[in-house]
Design a protein around this ligand. Structure first.
Ligand code: ADP
Length: 294
């Protein structure tokens, strides 16, 4: 079991309020890190632990949460602090009590996401890189969205796939798609919206008042269709979520094809993280996209 005194001391120092972890409970449900709730009689915090070399992942997550907090749209946990010793890196967040039986208001979730997407930046990308899963996600800023998506999203993951041994058909199809990518954006001019960036159903919930909560973001500024596409990839979002979103911020008709361009990024990332059948799925998605433009 981890020795919590270092983390308790850091929390006490940054919050200026004495804290000494007395109760520790493990929390499941995450993909990458070990998660815990630590508490004393007055306070409790949500903690993620990983090996020391993952400190920059936690720094980026804290910065992303801060950006989302500042948007004042959907509630996210406030970042408290992060740190490392020789073995372990940690991230300390506000602990949020989720609702246990009522699901909360899906329409608020949709409207809140639309409000977040109405926060715009001058350029696509972000002031720092972060991670998607634990794969690096490059956010070098650009005024050209198609360039950004081609270079920092699809091409980056395809190159990683090549390094991981996924050569052959996936790579030749991928090269064709990258050449043709502009065609999927005819008549559309995406704006740089504040994104969650990793919006699957495991990364939202509702607090004990039924208000929506986002957590575990891979924040940057980009086409808002990327967040909506990801909600469709693994399911778990209701019709009232989509109708509230579209009511606040309607989607262009080209979305139905572009969502495949966008979800390909996450499927390639899953291939790089988990291997297996994601290779077939990625190839099928690229074939489907190439068929659209031939
Ligand atoms: P990982 O980075 O490993 O994917 P998550 O950020 O998804 O971990 O967190 C793991 C689980 O912890 C989530 O599924 C959620 O149920 C819970 N959780 C996340 N953030 C908080 C928080 N601030 N307060 C309470 N529980 C949280």
């Amino acid at each position: 079991m981890y020795n919590w005194s270092e983390i308790s001391a850091q929390i006490s120092s940054v919050t200026q309020s004495h804290f000494n972890a007395q109760q520790v409970s493990a929390i499941g449900g995450g993909c990458i890190n070990q998660a815990y709730c630590i508490a004393d009689e007055q306070q409790r915090y949500f903690i993620k632990l990983n090996t020391a070399q993952n400190l920059s992942m936690f720094e980026a997550e804290a910065a992303g949460l801060k950006e989302l907090v500042q948007s004042d749209t959907i509630r996210v946990p406030h970042p408290i602090c992060y740190g490392q010793n020789n073995h372990t890196a940690w991230l300390v967040l506000e602990y949020i009590q989720f609702s246990d039986n009522t699901r909360g208001n899906d329409a608020d979730l949709g409207a809140g996401l639309a409000a977040m997407h109405h926060i715009h930046a001058a350029n696509f990308g972000w002031v720092r890189d972060n991670t998607i899963g634990n794969t690096p996600q490059i956010n070098t800023q650009s005024s050209d969205w198609v360039f950004f998506w081609r270079t920092h999203r699809l091409s980056y993951q395809l190159n990683l796939a090549k390094t991981n041994g996924y050569t052959g058909k996936l790579q030749s199809l991928g090269e064709q798609l990258l050449i043709e990518l502009d065609q999927f954006f005819d008549g559309s001019s995406p704006q740089a919206s504040l994104l969650h960036g990793d919006l699957w159903s495991g990364n939202y919930n509702f607090d004990d008042k039924g208000h929506p909560i986002f957590f575990d973001p891979a924040t940057y500024y980009g086409d808002r269709e990327t967040d909506i596409a990801m909600t469709e990839l693994f399911g778990g979002f209701s019709n009232s979520f989509y109708s509230a979103y579209r009511h606040e911020y309607p989607l262009d008709s080209g979305y139905n094809v572009r969502k495949v361009v966008y979800n390909l990024y996450h499927i390639l990332n899953h291939l790089n993280l988990f291997g297996g059948s994601y290779r077939n799925q990625a190839e099928q998605m690229i074939n489907r996209l190439l068929a659209e433009i031939r």
